[in-house]
Write a protein that binds this ligand. Structure first.
Ligand code: ADP
Length: 278
């Protein structure tokens, strides 16, 4: 998937102002950014649901500005809004959607994968919000998509369901599915994404693996300890050496030692701070 110089405006609003992205097959790629940054516009253009003004876009070798049915059947899309609460059962719903695809997955296997095997006979209308979301995910993967777009997929999940969902995403990626994930949960990005791009005011402001995004790996680490009964703090770019020096000074155990690297959230907030619509 390749995007070069993508632009889109809505009247006076320049929602996307020249975005470049390259997403590799089998990669889990996260798109982060504040509300209004242009994420949905970008993703909807990739999905073939919104027209662009400028730039080049290729998804599975096709221009999404000229989508075909065959091309659409190779994509899986899990939108933010939950599926319609039909009178159908969970299994009926998934079977119904399976029929739209040339080579669908087995509906019961998919229900087991999303943790809904025990709810297969329940009406979708009777499910909890998190369970309905899992139906959405089941419908997103039933067609055996080559690329799966997930828009805030775990909103409303309890912690156990989120962990289970993460394992599912990893196994799909392990089978070669490319995953494009938009989320506000930075722990989700850290747990899942091979690479992340941060979008603010219609532009990519940083891109890379979560561990090194925005110079994170090289950023200052905070070390705290207790000395002479008082808390001490030091910021260092070379934490290992600092700890070794402290250990030597104390002749072993360093009282109250903590070593804190900047979190992805710290880095993210710094990246989007001060990015303005100009
Ligand atoms: P995000 O997904 O990052 O929250 P969006 O792509 O939804 O950002 O929106 C980017 C900008 O474009 C925002 O200023 C938003 O108000 C505007 N926008 C989005 N969709 C439309 C639309 N259909 N008509 C007019 N303005 C829109």
């Amino acid at each position: 998937m390749r995007v070069r110089g993508l632009t889109k405006r809505y009247g006076e609003v320049r929602a996307v102002r020249g975005i470049d992205l390259s997403i590799h097959p089998g990669e889990v790629y996260a798109i982060l950014g504040p509300n209004g940054a242009g994420k949905s516009t970008t993703v909807e253009i990739l999905e073939g649901y919104r027209r662009r003004d400028g730039g080049e876009v290729s998804v599975l070798g096709t221009d999404p500005g000229r989508p075909t049915r065959r091309w659409r059947s190779r994509l899986g899309i899990v939108l933010q809004t939950a599926s319609d609460a039909a009178e159908l059962t969970v299994r009926e719903t998934v079977r119904h959607f399976a029929a739209y695809y040339p080579d669908p997955r087995d509906p019961d296997e998919v229900l087991a994968q999303v943790g809904l095997a025990g709810k297969a006979g329940s009406r979708v209308r009777r499910l909890s919000g998190g369970q309905r979301r899992r139906v959405d995910v089941a419908l997103g993967i039933i067609g055996r998509p080559e690329i799966l777009f997930l828009d805030e997929p775990t909103t409303g999940f309890d912690p156990e369901a989120r962990r289970r969902f993460w394992a599912l995403v990893r196994s799909l990626a392990g089978d070669g599915t490319t995953i494009v994930l938009t989320t506000h949960y930075l722990d989700e990005v850290e747990a899942l994404a091979d690479r992340v791009s941060v979008i603010a005011a219609g532009r990519v402001v940083a891109e890379g693996p979560p561990g090194t995004l925005g110079g994170r790996a090289a950023a200052m680490t905070e070390i705290t300890w207790t000395e002479d009964g008082a808390p001490r703090t030091l910021a260092t770019g070379d934490p290992t050496r600092t700890v070794v020096e402290l250990a030597a000074r104390f002749g072993g155990e360093i009282p109250g030692l903590t070593v804190t690297r900047p979190t992805l959230e710290d880095v993210y907030l710094r990246l989007i701070k001060g990015v303005r619509d100009e």
